[in-house]
Design a protein around this ligand. Structure first.
Ligand code: UGA
Length: 433
């Protein structure tokens, strides 16, 4: 079976490379020629554990190829996965122009049956607009189907999430489309939920918004813990044992970022409003998240008093561990605020420094360190913004020795407060005594 994937971003590359790993022949259409050349050479332009090795294997077995030519992609297969970007617009809604373009060009060039599968995160009923566009621009009558098959990949564990998902959601309107997708996913052992396309589209937005809500909820509890002397980690454990709640996504910290939650929550709010449904619950979820940054800066100021000319180390810039992605990362706003306060920063991240440098070039007040220990040398405090494994395993005696003052302000709760105190640190974390 052959598969075409349109869009060589996070979702498209993971989808294409994983399907080729499962034995399918895959062609990925990507607009940017430099990316296509890199990929054809076996280089993945994003950092995602495991993906590059799988790409190299698939290239060797000639199971995957990359092109800038959409028409070549359309001719390659009857199943077209749409994995293009749906960025946020000024009013919070999703910009669907790239999805529209794929639908229009498909209509103009298709000569035989096509199944268009939306994988990009789109507002409910986008499948209807795709269908309308296909009908409108079609040059001769050709049969087609449009299906919704949202992805639930997390950056940093995308390969595992694709090959061993909790569930596969497929929204279809015809038996033909259902059979194709059922067959395609046969090698993956996971429950498949078949629905209509609108329901599948909604499942994606509802899932991401629910997870964001869980995090904002625990962050609100974290604030209360700080005022009352309770411990948010134990509150989360206690809640998490209840199977109806579950422990996942109850880690308090400096809030959610990334290319999905912020954009999806806002798009969901806007869409619900357009349909006349009051989603003020999600507005609060978003507001709580925005306030995490001020809350953290306050914590730094309470610990250090004035930040002017203070030398601070920052560990972690990516929006979460195991990725080089800094889109909507809390670090961007936190670093900006610290610089505004007059602090001098020494930054370190295992993977995201190149991306961060494009927004914050090196200068008098901001330098990038080669490793985590170099970053803390002579600093008044260490700030932790991402919970990378390497930070959890740091030699804390060495950390204490290298810092000017043994102050750690941890936005991700990676150490045990009692242990830090025993080691002689002044340790500030989120919602814990
Ligand atoms: C998220 C969803 O988890 C995926 O299921 C979905 O497919 C994806 O968006 C998408 O729509 O493409 P991702 O953005 O990669 O995946 O990252 P998450 O692991 O969900 O983390 C998002 C943010 O929440 C991170 O900034 C993380 O630090 C934060 N987070 C997560 C917390 O602050 N606390 C937690 O307990 C969990």
């Amino acid at each position: 079976m052959r598969i075409t994937v349109v869009g060589g971003g996070y979702v498209g590359l993971t989808t294409g490379i994983c399907f080729s790993h499962l034995g399918y022949e895959v062609k990925v259409v990507e607009k940017v020629p430099q990316k296509v050349s890199m990929l054809n050479e076996g280089v993945v332009p994003i950092y995602e554990p495991g993906l590059e090795d799988m790409l190299k294997d698939s290239l060797r077995l000639k199971r995957i190829s990359f092109t800038t030519d959409l028409i070549e992609g359309l001719e390659f297969s009857e199943v077209i996965f749409i994995c293009v970007g749906t960025p946020q617009q000024e009013d919070g809604s999703a910009d669907l122009s790239q999805v529209e373009e794929v639908a229009r060009l498909t209509a103009e060039h298709m000569k035989s049956y096509k199944l268009l599968v939306e994988k990009s995160t789109v507002p409910v009923n986008t499948h209807k607009l795709i269908k309308k566009t296909l009908q409108r621009y079609m040059k001769r009558h050709v049969e087609f189907d449009v299906a919704s098959n949202p992805e639930f990949l997390r950056e940093g564990s995308a390969v595992k999430d694709f090959l061993e998902p909790d569930r596969i959601v497929v929204g279809v309107e015809s038996e033909r489309a259902k059979n194709i997708l059922q067959k395609l996913y046969e090698p993956i052992k996971a429950p498949i939920l078949f629905t209509d396309p609108a329901t599948a589209e909604l499942i994606k937005h509802a899932s991401n918004s629910f997870l964001a809500m869980k995090i904002s909820f625990i962050n609100m509890i974290s604030d209360l813990c700080e005022k009352t002397g309770a411990d948010v980690k134990l509150v989360a454990d206690g809640m998490g044992y209840d199977k109806r709640i579950g422990r996942a996504f109850l880690d308090a910290g400096i809030g959610w970022g990334g290319s999905c939650f912020p954009k999806d929550v806002r798009a969901f709010i806007k869409m619900a409003e357009d349909y006349g449904v009051d989603f003020s619950l999600l507005r609060e979820v978003d507001k709580i998240n925005v306030r995490r940054i001020e809350n953290f800066i306050e914590k730094v100021k309470n610990a250090l008093w004035s930040l002017k000319n203070k030398k601070l180390a920052v560990w972690g810039l990516s929006f979460k561990p195991n990725t080089d992605d800094i889109r909507e990362a809390p670090s961007i706003k936190i670093v900006s605020a610290l610089l505004r306060e007059g602090a001098r920063l020494q930054l370190y991240d295992p993977k995201a420094m190149d991306n961060f440098r494009r927004i914050f070039p090196e200068g008098e007040d901001l330098t990038y360190a080669r490793d985590m220990y170099e970053a803390i040398k002579g600093c008044d405090a260490l700030l932790i913004l991402t919970e990378w494994e390497e930070f959890k395993k740091a030699d804390l005696e060495r950390v204490k020795h290298l810092l000017k003052l043994p102050i750690v302000i941890d936005g991700r709760n990676i150490y045990e407060p009692a242990h830090m105190r025993e080691l002689g640190f002044e340790y500030y974390c989120m919602g814990r005594r």
